[in-house]
Design a binder for this molecule. Sequence first.
Ligand code: GLY
Length: 255
Amino acid sequence: MSLANDGIDTLHVPMGERSYDIHVGDGAIARAGNILEHKLRAPRTVIVTDENVAKDWLKPLQKSLDGANIRNRAIVIPPGEHTKSMQHLEGLLDDLLAHNIDRKTTLIALGGGVVGDLTGFAAAVVMRGIDFVQVPTTLLSQVDSSVGGKTGIDTRYGKNLIGAFHQPRAVITDTLTLDTLPMRERLCGYAEVVKYGVINDREFFDWLQVNGKKVLAGDTGARREAIMRSCANKAEIVAADEREAGLRALLNLGH
Ligand code: GLY
């Protein structure tokens, strides 16, 4: 874990040639262009986001990418779990191909878990697999779904039954996105934070007993620490058992 003086902390997820970094801090979206300029195969991206997230965060992300001369087009989908469906996947794949993407284009998932799962799966299958970057905007997606490469859609037989393991090229977590998150959503994400203390990290659990209220109240240092330690726990488990042969199933506690 490295604590940078620009306010953005970096955590490495060691997965061989599919290794990647998670960048966490207030204002990370404004730094996305700098973070990505040396990570992309080519300076071409398509941002996938939903209408709610787009209102606050699409322009800042595009401005940052523009500043690094990274081409960025946007596809805005409706908000809600129903977009994790075959129908919306098909629509998204059509839109991507209509945008003339190529194998060096990178998709950027800007949003919560639904956007991340759908976009990641589209990236896994379009043109037999292209890169994608996660820019999670809810606490739940920042500490769980954006890390570890599970992507997919729901089916009438159950959730996430069609999908792929496809690791992101990078994760950019802007903690400022949590400022407008309703308390109910914060609590949903916080349950995932506590999960890491329960399944893997006693010391973190003890830290949360003292600092949990500060995390929920939006204290800058406390929430960054909670996200970094959650991601470190998740990265450790995913690196040991990417495809959920055993250990990774612990991460499903409470799901
Ligand atoms: N969200 C559970 C996992 O990533 O394995």
